[in-house]
Design a protein around this ligand. Structure first.
Ligand SMILES: Cc1cc2nc3c(=O)[nH]c(=O)nc-3n(C[C@H](O)[C@H](O)[C@H](O)COP(=O)(O)O)c2cc1C
Length: 318
């Protein structure tokens, strides 16, 4: 790899802290002077559970949002063109980096939160989130063109959502291809720079209050919070452009949540199965496609999962 500008290297390192499905880190980068080109890497796609590459592009969108914020931290102005080639949806974005003013306090706060944000899979405390904190998190999604729809504990459709989560988990558990794919990316050796190590997989729950992904290697049964705050992230359409927008919205809302010490936990199996995804949309009378299902709450700080090195994510001819 050619010598990268130290600032671009820092930007790419921060971008790589993005959340990604099963920590697949499905992005590849090329650097041309002050231009960073982000491509989705189909060799890291969950071909069976995510045949359209929807979750892959959500993950890449989160990478782009981090890159934008990290650029601001370096006093650079990111000029982002999403999907610059309409015929190539793997070419996620081109990010031009121009000299700019220093970051304002909000930009700096979010850029600093990049390394503090982590996914949790443990039960949360039983403390409800304050309305103004939830509102700030919803505004963050809105700022990136998405909607974070809360599923209130009192909402009757919530039971239906939970039974759809259960159904999707049961169907995936019986699907050898889905299980094989999961096995390749989870319960990995603790020093592997991608995938999720065993100790991070968290417990499973038999109760019907909290949506949790049941990993093959989930460590036992636990009691989850009584009244979890659930939310679903929606985008206007369901195209690669919407999925990249969902990823940027997801990461912005997660970073804002991090600044309030709020953590997120995801249960997206229900959205990987087209039937349960459709049924969830019906159950909640959603007028837009759901992209992520999550719980939000306060709790212990999990360890950070590892990432590939910047060199590893940069394409060889860069
Ligand atoms: C599209 C997408 C789907 C995800 N689905 C789940 C899920 O169903 N269950 C879960 O525990 N984590 C899920 N995650 C979180 C990833 O596992 C997590 O981001 C990754 O392991 C890296 O860890 P970190 O977020 O702590 O940095 C998802 C993340 C993305 C971007």
């Amino acid at each position: 790899m050619e010598l990268l500008d130290a600032r671009i290297e820092r930007i790419l390192r921060a971008a790589g802290r993005a959340p990604s499905v099963h920590n697949t880190q499905p992005w590849q980068v090329r650097v041309h002077g002050n231009r960073v080109v982000v491509r989705a890497d189909p060799s890291r796609q969950l071909r069976h559970s995510d045949p359209q590459g929807r979750e892959m592009l959500i993950s890449c969108g989160a990478f782009v949002l981090n890159a934008r914020l990290a650029a601001r931290r370096e006093s650079l102005l990111p000029v982002v063109t999403v999907l610059p080639d309409p015929d190539d949806h793997l070419l996620v974005a081109e990010i031009g980096l121009r000299p700019g003013p220093g970051p304002d306090i909000d930009e700096l706060e979010l850029a600093v939160a990049i390394t503090r944000r982590v996914t949790t899979r443990s039960p949360f405390d039983d403390q409800p989130l304050d309305a103004d904190v939830l509102q700030a998190i919803q505004i963050a999604a809105h700022d990136e063109g998405a909607v974070l729809r809360l599923i209130q504990p009192s909402e009757p459709a919530r039971d239906q959502v939970m039974s759809l989560v259960r159904r999707a988990e049961a169907l995936a558990a019986e699907d050898p291809a889905a299980r094989g794919e999961e096995k390749a990316w989870t319960a990995v050796a603790p020093d592997r720079p991608d995938g999720i190590p065993q100790e991070m997989l968290g417990p499973w729950t038999f109760d019907d209050r909290s949506p949790v992904r049941r990993f093959l290697a989930s460590a036992g049964n636990a009691q989850f919070e009584q009244r979890s705050t659930m939310a679903v992230l929606l985008t206007a359409g369901d195209t690669p452009r919407d999925w990249i927008a969902a990823g940027q919205a997801l990461e912005r809302l997660l970073l804002v949540a991090t600044t309030y010490f709020v953590r997120a936990s995801f249960a997206t199996t229900v959205l990987e199965n087209p039937t349960t995804r459709h049924d969830l949309r019906q159950a909640l009378s959603l007028d837009a496609p759901p992209q992520m299902l999550m719980r939000l709450g306060y709790g212990t700080t999990p360890r950070r999962t590892l990432r590939r090195t910047v060199e590893d994510s940069v394409a060889p001819d860069a």
